[in-house]
Design a protein around this ligand. Sequence first.
Ligand SMILES: *[C@@H]1O[C@H](CO)[C@@H](O)[C@H](O)[C@H]1NC(C)=O
Ligand SMILES: *[C@@H]1O[C@H](CO)[C@@H](O)[C@H](O)[C@H]1NC(C)=O
Ligand SMILES: *[C@@H]1O[C@H](CO)[C@@H](O)[C@H](O)[C@H]1NC(C)=O
Ligand SMILES: *[C@@H]1O[C@H](CO)[C@@H](O)[C@H](O)[C@H]1NC(C)=O
Ligand SMILES: *[C@@H]1O[C@H](CO)[C@@H](O)[C@H](O)[C@H]1NC(C)=O
Ligand SMILES: *[C@@H]1O[C@H](CO)[C@@H](O)[C@H](O)[C@H]1NC(C)=O
Ligand SMILES: *[C@@H]1O[C@H](CO)[C@@H](O)[C@H](O)[C@H]1NC(C)=O
Length: 253
Amino acid sequence: MTSLWLAAMLIVVMGRNFTGLEELPNKCLHGKFQKKTSGPEELYLQCSPWQNRSCCTYKTTEQIHNGDIYNFNFNHCPDLMSAQCKSRFVQDLCFYECSPNIAPWIVKDTRTWRKERFYNVPLCASDCEAWFNDCAADFTCTDNWSKNFDWSNGSECTDGECFRNSCPKESKCMTFLEIYGNASNFCETVWDNSWKYTSDSEPCMRLWFNGTDGNPNDAVALKYAHLVASAPNHSHNMWLTSMLVFWILLSAF
Ligand SMILES: *[C@@H]1O[C@H](CO)[C@@H](O)[C@H](O)[C@H]1NC(C)=O
Ligand SMILES: *[C@@H]1O[C@H](CO)[C@@H](O)[C@H](O)[C@H]1NC(C)=O
Ligand SMILES: *[C@@H]1O[C@H](CO)[C@@H](O)[C@H](O)[C@H]1NC(C)=O
Ligand SMILES: *[C@@H]1O[C@H](CO)[C@@H](O)[C@H](O)[C@H]1NC(C)=O
Ligand SMILES: *[C@@H]1O[C@H](CO)[C@@H](O)[C@H](O)[C@H]1NC(C)=O
Ligand SMILES: *[C@@H]1O[C@H](CO)[C@@H](O)[C@H](O)[C@H]1NC(C)=O
Ligand SMILES: *[C@@H]1O[C@H](CO)[C@@H](O)[C@H](O)[C@H]1NC(C)=O
C-alpha cells in the first residue's frame, strides 16, 4: 500500500512542472516607482505599448517624458541632448519602469531608490544600433552613467530644490561616438551592464514595439525563465527521484 502511494508520488515528481515558473515573467522590479505586480494601466505616449500588462502608472510615464524622473539630467553637457536621442532614453525608461518581463535578470541592489536592478537583459542588436545612431553626435562626459556622475549635492529634492547629476571632475564633454566607440559598448556600459547586446537571431528584448499585437518580450522572458529553471532543477529532481526509489525499495521489504 505504502509503496503504491510512493510510486504514485514518484510519477508526479518526475512529470511535474516546477512551481513558480509561470509567475516568473510577471514580476515587477522592487524600485522606487514600480507597482508590486503588473496590471492594465493607461499610459502616456511612448510608454503606451505596455498598457495591457504594466509595472508602471500613468504618473510615472508622464514624468519620464517630462524629464525630471530621478532628477537625472540628460543635459549634463553644455550642448543640449537632441530630441531623437532623448526619445530613445525615454523609451529605455519606459522599459525600465513598465516591463513585467525582467524576472530572469533581477539581481539585488543596495541603492537608496531601489532594492533590485536588472543585469545583462538581452537587448536586440538592431534596437541598440538604432539607439546609438540617434545619439552618436550628442554629447556626454562619462560612459558609465549609473556610477560615474557626481551627485555630491544629493539626489533628492528638498524644499523644492532638486539636486542633479553633474559631470565628474577632470571629465570632458565629447560625442557618444568618441566616448563609446560602438553601439554594443554603449548599450552595455551606459547603465552598468543592465543591457547585454544580443544578436537579433537570438531571443532578445525590443524597446520599440506595437502593443496592439501584444508584447513581443513576453515570449523572450518565458524562454529565459525556462532556460534558467531547467538546468539547476534537473539535478534537484534527480535527487528527489532517487530518494523516492530508495524509499520504495525500503518499504517493499
Ligand atoms: C510544463 O510547462 C510547459 C510550458 O508551460 C508546457 O509546454 C509543458 O507541456 C508542461 N509540462 C507538463 C508535464 O505539464
Ligand atoms: C553643490 O552645491 C554648491 C552650493 O550650491 C555648489 O557650489 C557646487 O558647485 C555644487 N556641486 C555640484 C557638483 O553640483
Ligand atoms: C566595441 O567597443 C568595445 C570597447 O572599446 C570593444 O571592446 C569591442 O570590441 C567593440 N566591438 C565591436 C563590434 O567593434
Ligand atoms: C561602472 O562603474 C562601476 C564602478 O566604477 C564598475 O564597477 C563597473 O564595472 C562599471 N561598469 C561598466 C559596464 O563599465
Ligand atoms: C500597430 O498595429 C496595428 C495592427 O497591426 C495597426 O493598425 C497600427 O497602426 C499599428 N500602430 C503603430 C503605431 O504602428
Ligand atoms: C491590449 O489588449 C487588447 C485586448 O486584448 C487589444 O485589443 C489591444 O490591442 C492590446 N494592446 C494595447 C496596447 O492596448
Ligand atoms: C530550481 O531548483 C533550485 C535548487 O533546488 C532552486 O534554488 C531554484 O530556485 C529553482 N528554480 C526555480 C525557477 O524554481
